[in-house]
Design a protein around this ligand. Structure first.
Ligand SMILES: Nc1ncnc2c1ncn2[C@@H]1O[C@H](COP(=O)(O)OP(=O)(O)OP(=O)(O)O)[C@@H](O)[C@H]1O
Ligand SMILES: [Mg+2]
Length: 408
């Protein structure tokens, strides 16, 4: 059997109501009409993908269940019950109880890494299934508004954080205590099946994260040329970078066609200034513009029309087949010290808070937190200083003499 090439995955996100669903659906129709086997899936619980496509799209009950729309194009709305994650709520509570019983303060655990809901777990597991099924060339994901999307994208690491603490603890419990003794001591003792399920999810999540941070995946931010919307889009770009996700384009939707009618001309001027801000803000990222149409673009033909009228204002949009250039986290040796570099476009030094907790570095940028498991070399180091320069967070580490073998 020959290995199938993984699909190209594009996540579409942005502020509420800017046109994420419409943009995702239009991109999907365009991709399918170019002959690619395309799946457009909605992970937003307030699904409106069906309305945009002009079809009756119910939340699917299994991950395999996708609805054919036209040649090469399928759609799917994912909910909590679409994948095996339906029982996540129970497991989530269990996880917190076990952490508590083995000495990890559940308040600290929650504070560090807010555990997501079943919808999010289900969305990622379903995406992971599709990404490895071999059935698709392109998967476009219509995401919920920004905050939920960030929580979704942080999930694989968050779950990993919890499970890394749970697994050894669980093993300890199982080896030192027999179930009856544990029950007498009031400790939760799940069947090993539960642990197996969680461990399997963990492995799937790690795969999904590897896929989403690979050169086959990117995020597109949809926005409209208005200041409030632009400000939020800037923040999400920084946050996505913090989590290691590449943004390969921003899509400016609802650009009003130029006209001399005074009302329109006033909007044209305001939007032109917004577009200028966008070009400056997202320097280096291709900026696409989509016109404000006279009516709602619903149904594949209207969406194809919108995609056809979407043009690249700045930069060059690479074809979907091209690998995504993503600049992830890296460690640069500097003499006897090390610098951890995390590209954070648009972040200012004052926006960033850092804390070291054991082998984790907790990075807070404008209220969004990432718990970074430090690469092993840095675990034996201590933080010397940190700052943001030229769109990069640079954290300098020096060797911890107490744990570093002498003479090395
Ligand atoms: N370029 C456009 N021209 C005209 N109408 C548009 C355009 N883009 C989107 N719309 C309309 O605007 C409304 C909102 O669009 P859409 O549902 O795509 O936004 P969204 O960002 O997905 O919203 P939500 O945050 O609620 O998911 C829809 O009625 C859609 O048909
Ligand atoms: Mg939507």
């Amino acid at each position: 059997m020959t290995a199938v090439a993984p699909p190209r995955v594009v996540l579409v996100t942005g502020k509420g109501g800017v046109g994420k669903t419409t943009t995702a659906a239009a991109m999907a129709v365009e991709s399918a009409r170019a002959g690619r086997r395309t799946l457009v899936m909605s992970t937003d619980v307030a699904h409106s993908l069906g309305d945009a496509l002009g079809i009756d799209l119910r939340t699917s009950s299994t991950w395999e269940h996708t609805l054919p729309v036209e040649d090469h194009l399928h759609a799917q709305a994912v909910g909590a019950r679409t994948s095996v994650a339906a029982d996540w709520g129970t497991l989530r509570d269990y996880l917190l109880t076990v952490l508590d019983s083995v000495g990890v303060d559940p308040v600290v655990a929650e504070e560090l890494t807010a555990l997501p809901g079943a919808d999010e777990v289900s969305a990622l597991l379903t995406l992971g299934h599709h990404a490895t099924s071999g059935a698709w060339d392109v998967i476009i994901v219509d995401c919920a508004p920004t905050a939920e999307t960030l929580r979704l994208l942080a999930l694989p690491e968050v779950l990993g954080w919890h499970l890394d603490r749970l697994m050894p603890a669980q093993r300890r419990l199982l080896t030192v205590m027999r179930p009856a003794a544990a029950a007498a001591a009031g400790l939760p003792m799940p069947g090993s099946a539960v642990i197996d399920v969680i461990a399997t999810w963990r492995a799937h999540m790690a795969q999904v994260r590897a896929m989403l941070t690979s050169e086959r995946a990117s995020v597109r931010i949809v926005l409209t040329p208005e200041n409030v919307v632009i400000a939020e889009a800037r923040r999400i770009l920084t946050s996505l970078s913090l989590h290691g996700y590449a943004v390969d384009a921003v899509v400016v939707n609802r650009v009003i066609p130029v006209d001399d009618d005074p009302w329109r001309a006033a909007w044209n001027a305001a939007q032109a200034s917004g577009l200028e801000t966008i070009t400056e803000s997202f320097h280096g990222t291709p900026v696409l513009t989509a016109p404000y149409l006279a009516g709602e673009p619903t149904g594949p033909d209207a969406l194809a029309d919108l995609a056809g009228q979407t043009t690249c204002l700045h930069g060059v949009l690479a074809p979907l087949e091209a690998p995504v250039r993503s600049q992830g986290l890296r460690v640069e040796p500097d003499g006897v010290e090390f610098v951890l570099v995390l590209p954070l476009p648009l972040a200012r030094s004052g926006d960033v808070d850092l804390a070291r907790r054991a082998d984790d570095l907790v990075v807070d940028v404008g209220g969004v937190r990432r718990v970074l498991a430090l690469p092993s070399v840095l675990r034996r180091c201590i933080v010397k200083n940190a700052g943001v320069r030229a769109g990069e967070l640079r954290v300098r580490f020096v060797r911890d003499e107490e744990v570093w073998p002498r003479g090395r």
